[in-house]
Design a protein around this ligand. Structure first.
Ligand SMILES: Nc1nc2c(ncn2[C@@H]2O[C@H](COP(=O)(O)OP(=O)(O)O)[C@@H](O)[C@H]2O)c(=O)[nH]1
Ligand SMILES: [Mg+2]
Length: 389
């Protein structure tokens, strides 16, 4: 599936950078273009794989390239003012070659949190291709303002995109690691999951043909229109010597195992992927749709295994709409990606919604009480102070 990636803000840019990095190594061609948008010049300079020619600095007249702090309203405003610059960069790319847009942002900050929904809305307005979002939730200990930004942005962003894939930093942070090193490994993990998913159907250039290919339309149908989704992943290294020239020439089937092993390997991988740590932890029962992608050398991609895994996931989620397929790669690993879309039972999202409601109520109450005390101040006020109101 061919994507145009647009990263907004620091996290958005870094995750796009990691996706391009993954794609360069896997060479599957799922990234047609990658654009980074920011209000902070320094954050753009930190990117390794998005060249300056594909970077857009927005809000320059207002914030002079210094960023918006964690003010997501300002992030939204300046992005809206300069969205034409982003769109003209998108306009350069061969949009007819892409299957979808992916707009990426950390929702707890300012630029990405405010700007990503603005860019998504504009893209949807102009193009017929689906616009997906990838939203990163802050860790709980980042503080109130990040939680509040994320709560608000999540509500807006999910409305503006065809589907919002969510990654929760809180579920993935590691203790005892520096923030930067921690983000690096998180971004690589996320890039691997998305990379396998979106590479499916693109091939690895080896010309291998999948038994039951996953194509772009299956990913698009699974993401559907509306709602949020989460991604699981599991991989195992094959216990066999790397295939050398000889076995490749002899068809590579000489060391093929019997079908039962391949079937069991796939069913257990898919279980681990779906029941292990998801990009956003949630109850998988009640998901509306699912997609299973199994990647690995073609001689171990058992169609039977994928069929069984699909049936298992149907039972586990309670939906009949589970798609599945394989993706042959010349590798010594077999990996399973499970995309679950239309998930509702998500504790973290409920928590954020509650925070948003509570804060709004608090703010109203504060506004009322400060208006009341202002009235008091004016009516009982000292005569020497000229009320300015
Ligand atoms: N996974 C991940 N999360 C990040 C990264 N950098 C920042 N974040 C998260 O994104 C949130 C927003 O930060 P940032 O992207 O710097 O804000 P912005 O530049 O104003 O959009 C933070 O609160 C973190 O939760 C990163 O490289 N990877
Ligand atoms: Mg930052």
């Amino acid at each position: 599936m061919k994507l145009a990636l647009i990263g907004i803000g620091q996290a958005g840019g870094k995750v796009v950078d990691a996706l391009v990095d993954y794609e360069r190594q896997a060479k599957t061609g799922f990234v047609v273009d990658a654009i980074a948008v920011n209000t902070a010049r320094a954050d753009l300079r930190g990117l390794r794989n998005v060249p300056e020619s594909r970077q857009v600095l927005v809000g320059l007249t207002r914030v002079k390239g210094h960023g918006v702090g964690a003010d997501n309203e300002l992030g939204a405003e300046v992005t809206a003012e300069d969205v034409g610059d982003v769109l003209s960069m998108v306009d350069d790319l061969p949009v007819h070659e892409i299957d979808a847009f992916l707009v990426v942002a950390g929702l707890g900050g300012g630029t990405g949190s405010g700007g990503a929904p603005v860019v998504a809305r504009e893209l949807k307005h102009i193009y017929t291709e689906p616009v997906y979002g990838l939203g990163i939730l802050p860790a709980r200990d980042e503080g109130g303002i990040y939680t509040l930004n994320a709560a608000r942005s999540l509500q807006t962003f999910v409305r503006e995109v065809d589907n919002l894939i969510v990654f929760d930093n809180d579920a993935w942070r590691k203790t005892g690691e520096s923030l930067e090193a921690g983000y690096g490994s998180l971004n690589a993990e996320l890039a691997r999951r998305l990379g396998v998913l979106f590479s499916a159907g693109e091939g690895d250039g080896s010309g291998a043909v999948a038994e039951s290919v996953v194509d772009a339309s299956e990913i698009i149908n699974t993401l559907g229109s509306g709602g949020i989704s989460t991604i699981g992943y599991a991989a195992v290294e094959l216990d066999r010597p790397k295939r050398g020239l000889f076995s490749r020439l002899s068809g590579g089937k000489a060391d093929a195992e019997d079908g039962g092993d391949s079937t069991n390997r796939i069913t257990s991988l898919v279980r681990r992927a779906a029941l292990g740590r998801l990009t956003m932890p949630c109850e998988i029962a009640g998901a509306e749709r699912g997609l299973v992608v199994v990647a690995g050398p073609s001689d171990v991609l058992s169609r039977r295994g994928i069929e069984r895994a699909r049936t298992w996931l149907e039972d586990e989620t309670g939906t009949m709409e589970i798609r599945g397929g394989d993706y042959p790669v010349g590798s010594n690993f077999v990996a399973a990606v499970v995309l679950l879309s239309g998930v509702y039972d998500v504790p973290r999202v409920k928590e954020l919604q509650a925070v948003a409601i509570e804060t709004q109520r608090d703010m109203l109450a504060k506004r009322e009480s400060s208006a009341a005390s202002l009235d008091d101040l004016i009516s009982t006020g000292d005569d020497h102070i000229d009320p300015l109101f």
